[in-house]
Design a protein around this ligand. Structure first.
Ligand SMILES: CC(C)(COP(=O)(O)OP(=O)(O)OC[C@H]1O[C@@H](n2cnc3c(N)ncnc32)[C@H](O)[C@@H]1OP(=O)(O)O)[C@@H](O)C(=O)NCCC(=O)NCCS
Length: 186
């Protein structure tokens, strides 16, 4: 596949602006990257200040390049200007027109539909501007919030990978969700 000449972001939704990260987002990013509840099912964290700095620097460096297959965006709450999370879309299988998504949000902003709103915009761009065929996501089967977002988006659970990942608390089961372009209702 060929990426479009112009980036498919920033994206504006009802409450959110999905945009490239900026150096001044450091405090907002570090606030959720140190929270044990946020990183419970993640492969990273809790971050030291140095690790958050390194990750943010990586995002800032990546943002200088277009086209690029993987994009991590800051999720800014327009009302306050705070960065409340991040969302990623990565075209991991360009020959199959397929990408995966991932997201993390700061705990005070959970359960208010923010992740669903952000992910809906990103998946919409995946099937729209990017012309992809399939978008998938994975999460620990115990991560109710994460697969709750996937189900709200209309993604379908395709399977459960048993003990495929050694997490910090032992072997983990991973569920796989996906949606096809022809199924996407927006
Ligand atoms: C997963 C996460 C991104 C969800 O963000 P969110 O903004 O709270 O999600 P939404 O409000 O859009 O929730 C969508 C649906 O998921 C379900 N859900 C979300 N969080 C839930 C929770 N803690 N418990 C049970 N169900 C939950 C609900 O069905 C919810 O819809 P409802 O509120 O209308 O009932 C957030 O909890 C998070 O950042 N977790 C830590 C990082 C992480 O695990 N990321 C995913 C890695 S695979």
């Amino acid at each position: 596949m060929t990426l479009p000449p112009d980036p498919w972001f920033p994206l504006r939704t009802e409450r959110l602006l999905l945009r490239d990260f900026r150096a001044e987002d450091y405090d907002d990013v570090h606030a959720y990257a140190v929270d044990p509840e946020v990183i419970r099912y993640m492969e990273w964290g809790p971050n030291t200040p140095e690790v958050t700095r390194k990750v943010l620097d990586g995002w800032l460096e990546a943002a200088k390049v277009w086209p690029r297959p993987g994009v991590s965006l800051a999720v800014e709450l327009v009302e306050t200007g705070a960065v409340i999370g991040s969302i990623r879309l990565e075209i991991k299988e360009p020959d199959n027109f397929a990408a995966d998504i991932g997201y993390s949000f700061h705990r005070p902003y959970w359960r208010q539909g923010h992740a669903t709103e952000a992910a809906r915009a990103v998946v919409g761009a995946a099937f729209g501007a990017l012309g992809l065929h399939r978008v998938w996501a994975i999460c620990d089967v115990r991560n109710r919030g994460s697969w709750g977002v996937m189900e709200k988006l209309g993604m379908r659970r395709e399977g459960l990978l048993r003990q495929n990942h050694m997490g910090r608390d032992g072997w983990r089961d991973t569920c796989v969700y996906a949606v096809l372009a022809e199924e996407w209702a927006g």
